[in-house]
Design a protein around this ligand. Sequence first.
Ligand SMILES: [Zn+2]
Length: 84
Amino acid sequence: MKLLRQMEIFKDTNLPEDGWLQGCFICYGPTGRLVEAGQSENKNENYITEYLVYLCHTCKEFINRSHPIREEYEESIIAYIENL
Ligand SMILES: [Zn+2]
């Protein structure tokens, strides 16, 4: 049984890093909403990483309504994770 490790993704702002509000991944606005962005598992590690993205209500609605924006969002999440 592997452990689940949660990784939070957000944009750097002046908000305190340990606070529950962080910068929305798209608009940098402060938000406490977290959206699941999938999991990754590495054979050599004994844990599964679950990615959670800070996304404000407005941007989440925007993504849900527009397919091209959703694709762009997903690509930028992947790029972000690869650059960690
Ligand atoms: Zn936003």
